[in-house]
Design a protein around this ligand. Structure first.
Ligand SMILES: Cc1cc2nc3c(=O)[nH]c(=O)nc-3n(C[C@H](O)[C@H](O)[C@H](O)COP(=O)(O)O)c2cc1C
Length: 406
């Protein structure tokens, strides 16, 4: 199941330069299995062609209020009823003003008046236009009426100025849409999550590392944000973008990871150790590059701290989840690990074989907890992460942290 399965999104595009980014937004929404109906203002068609959006959305783009064909097939009121969410992106200053004053002088503004669906706007305009008291007053009034304002961001603008008024990136808008439809089961909860590999330096240019790509941990961070959690992601060196809404802390070594976990863990309700932390590090790190003048050299390795076990052994531990990557006898070793480290849950997977695991986009997990287990079959890591977050949420509330009403 994908995050927006069957959701009907009416995407209103108005006349701003950021309209070009809606091609990517439509693509992302469709990839998440949403149905997307694009409605454009006349000005919007100056910035991006309806043909592009029609091709990407798979639906005829609606533009004209008075098109007899469109009105015959699906009238504007039907369209207003059809939508589970109306997202106006980009929302021009002009459109925000029309929305504030209840104008119905084109198809999109009329739809917004006629709908009972939630409406979200992604403002995009020159920073002075955004800061203008008229726009600010309109934005405030729209919010007071329950219309969501997603963004704007601040930064470099197409007009060459810098300041607030940039439309949120399509991936951030997608995250808002998903959040809008998600259960928000972890709203108000804080999760500290580790991801990626660690690098243990041998000398200034060499290190002991491992094959962890960080993909599973980053997918989990994304899914946790979707579920409403505040997420602190302590990540080893990986080349992945930070999921929107996640606070990321970059580290290199196991010792740095241990220190950052210790600093963050007090405030968290759930701790998930997804990182592939090196078990051993070189006892001595050479201060200069080791020269190639001997046939053999010896490297003495010292045990690294066991971050997961340390967190689980705290006086008042959070709900702890560990990962076990095994090359054989996965369930047996994972169960041993769960008992030995006294963690609440272990998610185990087979690595180094033809299955998923490190570096791959897909994986399967066997999840174990006291008195239960569940197999999460092979799936894309984003979807697997959502299933795992659902399971973690269930066990978190069931085992340790009953909800207010239970
Ligand atoms: C090149 C160009 C870029 C523009 N960019 C923006 C913009 O980013 N944001 C905005 O609010 N208006 C922008 N405008 C002005 C709008 O297109 C104008 O206010 C228009 O009436 C908006 O119509 P609509 O809200 O019906 O789409 C731009 C105009 C031009 C000519």
């Amino acid at each position: 199941m994908l995050e927006l399965d069957g959701k009907q999104i009416l995407l209103g595009i108005t006349g701003g330069i950021a309209a070009y980014k809606t091609a990517e937004l439509v693509r992302l929404l469709r990839k998440s299995n949403a149905q997307v109906q694009v409605v454009m203002t006349r000005a919007a068609t100056e910035f991006i062609t309806p043909l592009t959006l029609q091709t990407l959305s798979g639906r005829t783009v609606r533009q004209d209020f008075f098109d007899p064909n469109d009105e015959a097939s699906i009238g504007h009121i039907d369209l207003a009823r059809w939508a589970d969410l109306i997202l106006i992106a980009p929302a021009s200053a002009d459109f925000m003003a029309r929305l504030t004053h209840g104008l119905a002088n084109d198809l999109l503004s009329t739809l917004c008046l006629a709908t009972t669906a939630p409406i979200a706007t992604a403002p995009a305009m020159n920073q002075q236009m955004w800061l203008n008291p008229a726009t600010q007053a309109n934005a405030k009034l729209l919010q007071e009426r329950g219309i969501k304002l997603w963004g704007p961001d601040a930064g470099e603008q197409a007009c060459g100025e810098t300041g607030p008024g940039r439309m949120l990136e399509p991936s951030a808008l997608l995250a808002h849409v998903v959040k809008q439809f998600s259960s928000q089961a972890l709203a108000g909860r804080c999760v500290v999550l580790t991801a990626g590999p660690t690098q243990e330096p041998i000398d200034p240019v060499r290190f002991i590392g491992n094959r962890s790509s960080g993909k599973m941990g980053f997918a989990l961070a994304h899914a946790l944000v979707e579920a409403g959690a505040k997420v602190y992601l302590i990540s080893g060196p990986v080349s992945l973008p930070t999921p929107p809404g996640v606070v990321r802390i970059n580290i290199n070594t196991a010792a740095e990871m241990q220190q950052n976990v210790a600093e963050q863990v007090d405030k968290c309700d759930i701790f998930i150790a997804c990182a592939a932390v090196a078990d051993y590090r070189p006892e001595i790190t050479a201060s200069q590059k080791i020269k190639k003048n001997q046939d053999q050299i010896e490297l003495i390795l010292t045990r690294n701290p066991d971050i997961l076990a340390e967190v689980a052994a705290r006086a008042a531990p959070p709900f702890t989840v560990g990962f076990a990557a095994e090359t054989e006898r996965v369930t047996e070793y994972a169960e041993e690990k769960r008992k030995l480290k006294r963690v609440d849950m272990v998610a185990a997977n087979l690595v180094g074989a033809k299955q998923g695991g490190f570096e791959k986009d897909e994986n399967a997990l066997t999840v174990l907890w006291e008195g239960g287990s569940k197999n999460l079959p092979m799936a894309k890591k984003e979807n697997l992460a959502r299933s795992l977050v659902t399971l973690i949420t269930e066990r978190y509330y069931a085992e340790k942290h009953p909800t207010k009403d239970s």
